[in-house]
Each structure stands twice: as structure tokens, then as C-alpha cells.
Design a protein around this ligand. Structure first.
Ligand code: SF4
Ligand code: SF4
Length: 470
């Protein structure tokens, strides 16, 4: 048995001492990942095309003359699905965040790092854009390794130079669109078409973002997932033994060993060819079990399936599975737990949608003027003075009128009876509410005020009306 490597995953845990991209001396190990080939890689390639179309296309989509999505952090203005959110909507933002965190916890507990492998921008841009350019310019992993060792000839300078020029160009393009998500495509257009001197901050942002993206994709690469990404760091607490992960079927694969000696030594199906390791963009050996560095990219599934085909064994030695399903030797089922979590995730999404869609277009805050009690109006009426502050979250100028709801009396505006409110702006006004004395039954009466825009009620707000002590 001496030539059979019994690297049993339970006995050898030394790989957990440090991440796969760092050697014993603490130096970065550069990963030369082979280009995967197979079903999953093909599907990911097709999906990535849609992904990039969406990423580069969304900033051009407008709803009611405003972007579909905008995350204007400097101006604290956020647009989701064409609806504008102001600092006043902070509670919605808070609720969204809480819902989002619950969603992530549930989704990850059920489906592991499905997001990382298929939907994460870092994985998509790195694996489906930048690494493809690298393969195209430098060749597959062995050619890249050779080029690294080769002396600096004209050919090497050209290849490496071309790769970095293309990487920077792509980073520059991504940076422009990234900025478009913050300031909007129209503002970006101005930065591009107008003199730099008029948009120094915008231009500087593009250069900084380009530099960051270039640094990440040219040098930092998989470290973003293994060292920096907070979601990646949380995997150890979010995953459990029933979560869906990319897993090696050690029951079927072990003991691993040379293909030619499989029958003679009664070995498992793993022929220890290391193809799964060679394609891994984070440099890990999935046969060691669940590891924090695994981004669920499925490259090792494709690589191993290819090997299984070539040695005439069933596919799926590495596959989507849960730790428990591997231990029990069962295929991965869509378990009740997964169904429950999926249901909860949909429920949370529904709650979030309701919160976002029912948000009012006009926020009105009515406060009784401080320091004033009430005013006698002749012999039969009492009035209170109020201040109103409103936020117009629409893209249209509004003419606002205030009316009393369910109370007999009238509104008397101080100044123009119509408050004019510019689009995406705030407005304020002062008005009296005049009520007949006979209708005032207590010192504090709750009244409701309706805000009308061109005869259409857009929101209702409540306030107190103060009368004499009875
Ligand atoms: S172990 Fe497999 S799924 Fe995980 S990152 Fe490496 S290649 Fe991708
Ligand atoms: S690719 Fe498959 S057979 Fe080859 S080492 Fe990996 S698990 Fe074993």
C-alpha cells in the first residue's frame, strides 16, 4: 500500500493552517488556474453574457425620466425600481437591510455559496471576463507559468503588456458604469463629453475606480473572496451539514490512487489526477472537504466529470451535495428544509416588495406651531395654527392642497391656498384649522388632514387639535 496516498480528509487537517494562496513563509502563491471545460462552465458562460448585459444595460433604463437604479451615496439619494428614497425613508432602508440579512442567512443555509459561484460580480468579472482575456493573450495555465519563468524578451513584454493594457481598459469601462450607478448615466455623459476642468471630481472618481478594479483583477484576484469579502468570512457560521455545497464524494472516491492500480488495490474512484485542484481559481483541493476559500464556481465538478468520462466511471464524484448527503451516500434532494427556507426567502422578498411599492410619493409632517394654544374665532369657532413640511419624491412639480378629513371645519392657509412643490424637492407652509366649538368635545382632538394634488388624494396625515379645557 506504500504507493497509495491515504490522504484521509479526517487525518490531514494541515491545509487549514493557512489559506491555499499563501506558502509557509507567508508569501503569496500565484494561482495559475486551468480553464475549465464542461457543462457548468458552458452554462456559466451563457449566464455571464446576460449578467454583463444587465450590468452594462441597467444604467440606460429610465422610469419617469429617472434611472431604474441609482445609489447616490454622496447626496444620500437612492433610486430602487424607479422610486426615489430620501434620508426620510431611512426606516425603509433599515427594514430592507434587516430583511436582506435574513434572506442571506436563509439562502446560504439552504443553498450554500450558490450566489458566489453564479451571481457575484467579483466571480463573474474575474472568471468570465478578465481570466478569459488572460487565457486569450497568455494561453492556458501551463503557458502562463512558462511565460512567468521566461526571460523578458520582446514577445513576453508584448504579451504581458497587452494583458495589462486590456485589463486596464476593461477596468476603465467597468469604472465608468460603476460611477453611472452612483451619479446616473446623464451625469456620466457630461463627465465624458464636457471639459475635464468642469468635472474634476467625477473624472478623478473614474480614475480611482479604474485603478481599484485594475488592482483587484490584475493582482488581488481571488484574495478578494478569500481574505476580504465579509460574506465569504461568514460562511463558517452560515453553512451547516445540510447546506448545498460543491462537495467531493469521499465515500466513493477514497482511498484514492493511481488508475492502473485501482482494481488491484481495490481503490476508490478518485485517480488522484489533481485536475480538480488545477482548475480551482482559489487554489484549494476540494477533496479536503468544505473550505472557506471555495467560492462554489463548479470548475472542479467539470474537471472531475471529464476525468470520470475518460475512465468510464459515473460522473458526480465532485458534485452539488450536502455534507450529510455525502455521508449517507445519497444524492442531493430538495429537502423539506430547503423548501421551507425557499418559502421564507420568497416571503421576505414579498415583504420587501410591499414595503418598497407602498412607499408614499409625498411625505408630509404636520406640527402644531410651538408655543401657541388655540385662537377664538368669533363666538362659535376655535382655530389652531400648524406648520407643514413636505417632501416631493416624484419627478413632477406638484400643486398641493390640504383638506380636512371626517371633521366639520375648514383650512385657512397663511398665504397662497395652493403650496407649490418642485420635483424631488421639499416645501413648507403654514395654515389654520378652524373647527366649530360644538364639535370640540375634549381638550385634544385627533384630526386627519388629506393632502391633495390636482384634486387627487395622495396621502393622509394625523395631528392634534387643541381646544379649551372642558
Ligand atoms: S473547490 Fe471547486 S467549486 Fe470551490 S472554488 Fe475550487 S474549483 Fe471552484
Ligand atoms: S479530478 Fe476527480 S479524480 Fe481527479 S483528483 Fe480530483 S476528484 Fe480525483
Amino acid at each position: 500500500m506504500s504507493d497509495v496516498k491515504h490522504t484521509n480528509i479526517i487525518e490531514t487537517e494541515a491545509f487549514r493552517d493557512r489559506i491555499a494562496t499563501v506558502d509557509e513563509s507567508g508569501k503569496r502563491k500565484w494561482i495559475y488556474a486551468y480553464q475549465p471545460k464542461g457543462k457548468f462552465y458552458n452554462i456559466r458562460t451563457i449566464l455571464s453574457v446576460f449578467y454583463f448585459l444587465i450590468f452594462f444595460g441597467l444604467p440606460f433604463i429610465e422610469v419617469d425620466a429617472r434611472p431604474l437604479f441609482q445609489f447616490n451615496i454622496p447626496e444620500a439619494k437612492f433610486i430602487l425600481f424607479g422610486k426615489i428614497f430620501w434620508p426620510q425613508d431611512f426606516f425603509i432602508f433599515g427594514l430592507t437591510m434587516v430583511t436582506f440579512v435574513f434572506f442571506i442567512v436563509l439562502f446560504t443555509a439552504a443553498f450554500g455559496r450558490l450566489f458566489c459561484g453564479w451571481a457575484c460580480p467579483q466571480t463573474n468579472f474575474m472568471e468570465m471576463m478578465f481570466r478569459r482575456v488572460e487565457y486569450w493573450v497568455l494561453g492556458d495555465a501551463p503557458a502562463q507559468r512558462q511565460l512567468k519563468k521566461a526571460p523578458w524578451t520582446g514577445k513576453k513584454i508584448f504579451k504581458v503588456g497587452l494583458k495589462h493594457v486590456l485589463f486596464f481598459l476593461l477596468s476603465f469601462i467597468i469604472a465608468n458604469f460603476f460611477l453611472a450607478y452612483i451619479i446616473g448615466i446623464k451625469e456620466l455623459e457630461k463627465i465624458i463629453t464636457e471639459p475635464v476642468t468642469e468635472h474634476v471630481a467625477g473624472f478623478a472618481s473614474i480614475i480611482v475606480f479604474s485603478g481599484v478594479f485594475y488592482g483587484v483583477y490584475a493582482f488581488f484576484r481571488e484574495q478578494a473572496c478569500t481574505v476580504v469579502c465579509p460574506y465569504g468570512r461568514l460562511q463558517s457560521v452560515l453553512l451547516d451539514k445540510n447546506s448545498m455545497i460543491v462537495a467531493y464524494d469521499y465515500k466513493r472516491g477514497e482511498p484514492r490512487g493511481n488508475f492502473k492500480k485501482q482494481a488491484e488495490l481495490n481503490l476508490g474512484d478518485c485517480i488522484d489526477c489533481h485536475q480538480c485542484v488545477k482548475v480551482c481559481p482559489t487554489g484549494i483541493d476540494i477533496r479536503n472537504g468544505v473550505q472557506m476559500e471555495c467560492v462554489g464556481c463548479t470548475a472542479c465538478i467539470d474537471a472531475c466529470n471529464h476525468i470520470m468520462d475518460s475512465i468510464d466511471k459515473p460522473r458526480g464524484l465532485i458534485r452539488y451535495a450536502s455534507e450529510n448527503s455525502i455521508a449517507k451516500g445519497e444524492p442531493l434532494h430538495y429537502t423539506t428544509r430547503m423548501k421551507l427556507y425557499t418559502g421564507l426567502c420568497f416571503l421576505l422578498l414579498a415583504v420587501l416588495s410591499v414595503i418598497l411599492l407602498t412607499r408614499k410619493d409625498v411625505d408630509a409632517t404636520v406640527i402644531r406651531t410651538a408655543g401657541m394654544l388655540y385662537q377664538e374665532r368669533g363666538t362659535d369657532s376655535i382655530s389652531n395654527l400648524y406648520n407643514i413640511r413636505m417632501v416631493n419624491k416624484t419627478t413632477q412639480d406638484l400643486n398641493i392642497e390640504i383638506r380636512l378629513v371626517d371633521a366639520q371645519g375648514r383650512i385657512q392657509m397663511a398665504g397662497n391656498p395652493i403650496i407649490k412643490m418642485a420635483k424631488e424637492a421639499q416645501a413648507a407652509g403654514t395654515f389654520f384649522v378652524v373647527l366649530p366649538k360644538e364639535n370640540i368635545k375634549q381638550r385634544k382632538t385627533m384630526i386627519r388632514l388629506a393632502i391633495f394634488e390636482n384634486g387627487k388624494e395622495i396621502t393622509i396625515t394625523k395631528t392634534n387639535f387643541l381646544g379649551p379645557a372642558l
